[in-house]
Design a protein around this ligand. Structure first.
Ligand code: MMA
Ligand code: CA
Length: 211
């Protein structure tokens, strides 16, 4: 009996003396603010902004003639190209004539295919316009012992030949009594001595292109 009375007194003391419990059930002053919560997930990316204004011009560059690095690079580039041309020329792959470069595929084709093949190689069928260029083409004709078609064709007037590239035909090197096809031979082939003959276009001739 005594022990149950003691329990009641103890319980009453707990209710009256423990402060936390009393504050949670009774209205009182608002406590201090808690620490910020953990950050949430990042939001969606925003829309692209409008383009900004064009910036100021950078500092002006050196004139090419005074740019030492550029001049050095240019010199090396020229040297490398010349060296490569010499190496290719050594094996008869190309012949340089002034500003033109002539090359053969070492194969034969009719006129239309020769034009096509040279174009596909970003060049054009050999069209010599002076002795130096004519000699360059001749060197291939001799080397491969095969005549070559030139980029020269007969116009509407029989016996009137023109360069395919539209330039006037100033340099000519016809073999004696040529051209004599009278409209029946609309293409031009080069002989082994470099002279020209008007000829039917469907023969197989050495492919020589110029670049
Ligand atoms: C062939 C032909 C002509 C050329 C004469 C030269 C007979 O025809 O190649 O184009 O003019 O020979 O004799
Ligand atoms: Ca002829």
């Amino acid at each position: 009996m005594l022990s149950s009375q003691l329990i009641h007194i103890f319980m009453a003391a707990v209710v009256l003396l423990v402060p936390g419990d009393a504050q949670s059930t009774c209205p009182g002053a608002i406590g201090p603010q808690g620490p910020p919560g953990s950050n949430g997930l990042p939001g969606m990316p925003g829309q692209r902004g409008i383009q900004g204004e064009k910036g100021d011009h950078g500092p002006a560059g050196l004139p090419a003639s005074q740019d030492a690095k550029l001049q050095h690079d240019l010199k090396e580039l020229k040297w490398r190209i010349t060296r490569m041309e010499s190496a290719l020329a050594l094996n008869g792959k190309i012949v340089i004539a002034g500003s033109k470069l002539f090359a053969t595929t070492e194969r034969t084709a009719d006129f239309d295919n020769t034009v096509r093949i040279c174009k596909a190689a970003h060049g054009s069928i050999a069209s010599p316009t002076n002795k130096e260029e004519n000699d360059a083409v001749m060197s291939f004709v001799k080397e491969f012992n095969t005549y070559a078609y030139l980029g020269i064709t007969e116009g509407h007037v029989p016996g009137e030949f023109q360069l395919m590239n539209g330039k006037p035909l100033r340099f000519i090197n016809w073999y004696k009594n040529e051209p004599q096809g009278k409209g029946a031979e609309k293409c031009v082939e080069m002989y082994g001595d470099g002279t020209w003959n008007d000829k039917a276009c469907d023969k197989y001739r050495l492919i020589v292109c110029e670049f």
